[in-house]
Design a protein around this ligand. Structure first.
Ligand SMILES: Cc1cc2nc3c(=O)[nH]c(=O)nc-3n(C[C@H](O)[C@H](O)[C@H](O)COP(=O)(O)OP(=O)(O)OC[C@H]3O[C@@H](n4cnc5c(N)ncnc54)[C@H](O)[C@@H]3O)c2cc1C
Length: 281
């Protein structure tokens, strides 16, 4: 399939890119792994595409006092293989390694993935468990949102017309934490039918800290606070995972019914918690 005709710009600076996007009618092109197929299928038909690949300073992974900053144009492969993330935030590196295939991981970017807000994307589970922040820039300035405020719904984010994602910030994990991302994947694409991310720390023989994020089940990923509080108070993985899908309006499609997804959310949450606990030191 051939996309509809469009204007193409390849700005050399962020300012130039923001200027081109300011009208709100142009679309950002990052790795193209989601946008190009949509354009070829004519499910998206932007009049103007702004390619970010020549804009410097958007592909980086840097540790700072407030966490690890990851530029929007950083590829899944760079995240998966980064020594800074592997030691400081292994949950994100592990999650990136589960995305699609090697071609997708070499081209696709974290900024493109969160901006696309696919309900079956992998990163959101980890980003909820990590309580990540998303920094946005537009012609009128910058703002930072919590991941839960940034992801609004299926294919919908809090991005205003003309705004772009510039970086994601995740915390530096304490050495004692155990983490795990477990997903049931669609066999052809690798997208998550359900995926669960867990971060756990032990304390005085019990659970000191736990965060759980779940993707694939609903119209957007979410933090499973009910799972966290049951695990923290009882230490019982099965009891905690049993409430992973409670109160959630589950998606139903050709890959899985809502009931099956709810069941698998419980199964994969238990797996993620079990593995994260086994990895605590
Ligand atoms: C075969 C295949 C398998 C895949 N499997 C998986 C999988 O298993 N798990 C998974 O999570 N994902 C999967 N993906 C999706 C992949 O992760 C994409 O890389 C990602 O969804 C989009 O990133 P991108 O950089 O390619 O963005 P693009 O396709 O370039 O852009 C996607 C959307 O985001 C917007 N955008 C891009 N960057 C920015 C920015 N910085 N600021 C504002 N808006 C922006 C674009 O305008 C567009 O609307 C798969 C894709 C393919 C083709």
């Amino acid at each position: 399939m051939i996309p509809q005709n469009f204007e193409y710009s390849s700005p050399a600076t962020l300012q130039e890119a923001l200027g081109l996007l300011a009208g709100g009618s142009a679309k950002v092109l990052a790795g193209g792994m989601s946008l190009i197929p949509l354009m070829k299928l004519r499910l998206a038909a932007p009049e103007h595409v702004v390619d970010m690949s020549r804009v410097p300073g958007l592909a980086f992974i840097q540790q700072a006092q407030d966490g690890i900053h990851i530029g929007a144009m950083t590829t899944h492969y760079q995240i998966e293989s980064s020594p800074v993330l592997r030691s400081g935030c292994p949950l994100l590196a592990e999650t990136a390694s589960h995305i699609g295939d090697v071609q997708v991981r070499n081209m696709g970017t974290i900024g493109g993935s969160v901006a696309h807000s696919d309900p079956a994307a992998d990163y959101p589970a980890a980003l909820f468990a990590l309580e990540a922040r998303v920094r946005l820039a537009g012609a009128r300035g910058e703002r930072t949102l919590a991941i839960g405020d940034f992801l609004v719904d299926t294919f919908t984010t809090a991005l205003e017309p003309g705004e772009i994602v510039v970086e994601i910030v995740v915390p530096v994990e304490s050495g004692a934490a155990g983490v795990s991302y477990q997903k049931m994947q669609q066999p052809a694409s690798g997208f998550a039918i359900v995926g669960a991310a867990a971060r756990v720390e032990r304390s005085n023989g019990g659970i000191g800290f736990v965060r759980v994020g779940i993707t694939g089940l609903a119209s957007k990923a979410y933090r499973a606070a009910n799972v966290e509080s049951i695990l923290q108070s009882t230490g019982d993985i099965e009891k905690a995972a049993a409430v992973a899908a409670d109160g959630v309006d589950a998606n139903s499609d050709l890959n899985a019914s809502a009931d099956y997804r709810r069941h698998m959310a419980r199964v994969y949450t238990a797996r993620a918690l079990r593995q994260a606990l086994a990895r605590t030191s």
